[in-house]
Design a protein. Structure first.
Length: 314
């Protein structure tokens, strides 16, 4: 610790408080000391810290959708940089989720909880509150702004017939928001999928079973959007000439093939959620706003009707 203190030009006590997330250190100093310690490969002795201050230096991260990788990666990276272990719980299905909240395996194991893209019920929220540790949630309500941006973009390109693909723990009422924005979403064009590339490929089968293809597809998952893109191309469909695709998140693979995405700065949102959680652990409140979503237009969207009506028989 003394070596880190000398390198950072601060006292050993300041290094100790900064690395343990304790009050009495400015955020700028905390970040600077953490960076110096990281470069020097210094790690705090967590067992001793726990005995002395009651900290476990572990955070539980709950998610219903590992497909939102940027959000999870941002949170995990920020936690590990701050010296915390991450206990990841993937609540992918109803049975797993019910069992988790019934058993609540976090008691006396973690200093706080991050709920990422998990729309907690009142009972679930009460269960986490009973742990008596800070709980910070990143809600899927952020998806509404992303949908509005996607709808405005497609409307501007002349699209009206749009399919909506929902992946993970997402409410089906989002199709109503697209309709309110002026798009036509037929019942058979609201589809559910696993948050995987294979899931996106299977969605194409469902769309082809309909009377006609929509002119555009909006997917809440980047992996699903990539599956749609690859399958449509493999079947000889032109993207965006026959079907435009918009993803509501932008994983690296989707970016690499040129998929238009409403990028919610999810990595930065994960980092911001960690900042809020660590501030609460210090007995403070982080008043900063999370990063806002933005539309990044790439090659997967274009004007409606470029190659004709989009009939399923080609």
């Amino acid at each position: 610790m003394s070596d880190v203190a000398r390198a950072a030009g601060v006292s050993a006590a300041t290094v100790s408080r900064a690395l343990r997330g304790e009050p009495g250190v400015s955020e700028a100093t905390r970040r600077y000391v953490t960076e110096v310690a990281k470069k020097m490969r210094y790690a705090i002795a967590r067992d001793a810290s726990s005995l002395a201050g009651g900290r476990r230096y572990a955070i539980a991260v709950l998610t219903a959708d590992v497909g939102r990788g940027d959000l999870l990666a941002g949170a995990e990276g920020a936690l590990r940089q701050a010296g915390y272990d991450v206990l990841l719980y993937v609540l992918r299905d109803d049975d797993t989720r019910a069992r988790f909240f019934e058993e609540l395996p976090l008691a006396r194991r973690v200093d706080g909880v991050l709920a990422l893209s998990v729309n907690l019920t009142d009972a679930e929220d009460a269960a986490l509150t009973s742990l008596d540790v800070p709980v910070v949630a990143v809600w899927d309500d952020d998806l509404r702004e992303a949908l509005r941006l996607a709808a405005d973009h497609l409307l501007g390109l002349g699209h009206r017939d749009v399919a909506l693909v929902l992946a993970g723990d997402i409410d089906e009422s989002y199709d109503e928001l697209l309709v309110a924005e002026g798009l036509s979403v037929r019942p058979e064009w609201t589809l559910w999928s696993s948050s995987t590339v294979a899931g996106g490929e299977q969605v194409v089968d469902a769309l082809l079973d309909g009377e006609r293809l929509p002119t555009a597809v909006v997917s809440t998952s980047g992996e699903v959007a990539l599956g749609l893109f690859l399958r449509l191309r493999r079947d000889g469909r032109d993207v965006p000439g026959d079907v435009s695709i918009v993803s509501l998140e932008g994983p690296d693979l989707a970016r690499a093939v040129g998929i238009t995405a409403v990028e919610g700065a999810w990595r930065e949102r994960g980092e911001h959620a960690v900042d809020v959680l660590l501030a609460r652990l210090r007995g403070e409140e982080d008043q900063t706003e999370p990063p806002s979503v933005r539309l990044v237009v790439r090659d997967s969207t274009g004007p409606a009707g470029v190659h004709g009506s989009g009939d399923t028989d080609g």
